[in-house]
Ligand binder design. Structure first.
Ligand SMILES: Nc1ncnc2c1ncn2[C@@H]1O[C@H](COP(=O)(O)OP(=O)(O)OP(=O)(O)O)[C@@H](O)[C@H]1O
Ligand SMILES: [Mg+2]
Length: 409
């Protein structure tokens, strides 16, 4: 990769160097920015794209502030991960840096509970919901909302503390799981909305919301409730349903006061219309910006970087694909010994990128959450189904050899 020079000297602090941050880290490097990345995991794959690496948790606000001051950064960004979105906004404010979000907006964007309150006030369509402290309150909420319902921690992402409750006896475990994961000790009980799900990826500038890709989110079977296995563009839903989802995502951004930067909005197209799951004021963590670039020719990573540096940038459309698909890879549980077939997958028709998230020695748990996924393939095609087929074919070429962890003891 040839490094640009126009930004020599400008410094960007990226919170996180995991799989979700790879795309933005690559784009920052391509722009010639001096990139400081932090992550608590010394083996984080994004570190190799950074000029400077700091082994600091993305949730350690005092250390991040010290790092930002010491490195004299020009901007801070948390692509693909939620909690640090608030940290980035607060540290930017304390350092007097330009930033797309004010701390208050960031707090709204990182709390599923506060979003529910705001959406209710603004009339944004959403599932029925209740905030609960314990099993008794959750039982009362279920009596109102009915089953199936979804239990979640209001301030987590990546399916931590998330569970679908179909039968009354499952509630006790789901409440315990959500409360244990919750930072506040509260849990959310939500109506489980039936229907296909989309993600609306957008960018806002000076209050103007520009929708980019609307992708179908294909999720795993239980017990991996809610875990995305593919994002597919364009959506298979009728145009008027897609438009209604875009309107709901715009209304969600307005309700939270988000005027600048990327948004990632999860929406279930329910029988009575769209229902907003949540809005994240950041890039999606499933390589959504890379899919956007391949689908529409819009460099969403670059736009997010501009927003983080306080720059104005126009959305420029480039070459469009007929269809595009990000398909996530899942490894058998156990200790990773070898990954085969990556070159063959990369050489397959329509494949633009293959990402393997883990190195040999990593212990894969059975698939329960997004972080258990092993990698991703991005493919384009003549239309969505062609892209899906190509991504599937490529992913079938990749084999994760794992050894049963217990056999090693
Ligand atoms: N009320 C609901 N009705 C139907 N499906 C839901 C509901 N809440 C969550 N889900 C499913 O679970 C997925 C994850 O939910 P949610 O975004 O609330 O959790 P999360 O921990 O933030 O996960 P992620 O990091 O993937 O966004 C959703 O994309 C959807 O598939
Ligand atoms: Mg979410």
């Amino acid at each position: 990769m040839v490094e640009g020079t126009r930004d020599a000297g400008r410094r960007l602090l990226v919170l996180g160097a995991g799989p979700a941050q790879l795309g933005l880290l690559g784009a920052a490097r391509e722009r010639g920015l001096f990139v400081i990345a932090c992550d608590r995991d010394p083996a984080a794959p994004g570190f190799r794209l950074a000029d400077r690496r700091a082994i600091v948790s993305t949730e350690d606000e005092p250390s991040i502030e010290r790092l930002a001051r010491a490195e004299r950064v020009d901007g801070i960004v948390s692509p693909g991960s939620d909690w640090p979105v608030g940290i980035a906004a607060r540290v930017a404010e304390r350092l007097g840096l330009p930033h797309p979000l004010e701390p208050g907006q960031a707090v709204l964007a990182t709390s599923k509970m506060r979003q529910r309150e705001r959406f209710a006030g603004a009339g944004v369509p959403q599932p029925r919901w209740a905030v609960c402290r314990d099993l008794a309150e959750a039982e009362a909420a279920v009596a109102e909302i009915g089953l199936p319902c979804v239990l979640k921690a209001p301030d987590r992402q990546g399916q931590k503390g998330l569970a679908l409750v179909q039968e009354p006896h499952e509630l006790v475990g789901a409440v315990a799981l959500a409360v244990a994961a919750s930072r506040s000790g509260l849990c959310l009980v939500e109506e489980a909305v039936e229907g296909p799900e989309v993600t609306v990826n957008a960018i806002s500038a000076e209050g103007r919301f520009t929708p980019l890709t609307v992708t179908d989110r294909e999720t795993a079977d239980l017990p991996a409730f809610g875990v995305a296995l593919a994002h597919v563009w364009p959506s298979r839903l009728p145009a008027e349903t897609v438009m209604a989802c875009i309107d709901a995502a715009r209304a969600a951004a307005e309700a939270l006061g988000i005027e600048r930067g990327p948004t990632y909005t999860q929406i279930v197209a329910g029988p009575d219309g769209p229902r907003v799951g949540e809005l994240a004021a950041r890039l999606g963590g499933g390589h959504d910006a890379e899919l956007c670039r391949s689908a529409l020719g819009v460099d969403l990573n670059a736009l997010a970087i501009c927003a983080a540096l306080g720059e104005r940038a126009e959305v420029e459309y480039g070459e469009r694909a007929g269809g595009a698909c990000t398909r996530f890879l899942v490894a058998p549980a156990g200790v990773l010994s070898e990954v085969q077939g990556v070159h063959e997958a990369l050489a397959a028709e329509g494949v633009l990128d293959v990402r393997v998230y883990r190195e040999p020695g990593y212990i894969f748990a059975p698939l329960r959450r997004g972080s258990d996924r092993a990698g991703a393939v991005l493919a384009i095609g003549a239309d969505r189904d062609d892209a899906v087929r190509r991504a599937r074919r490529a992913s079938e070429r990749i084999r994760f050899e794992t050894v049963d962890a217990e056999a090693l003891v």
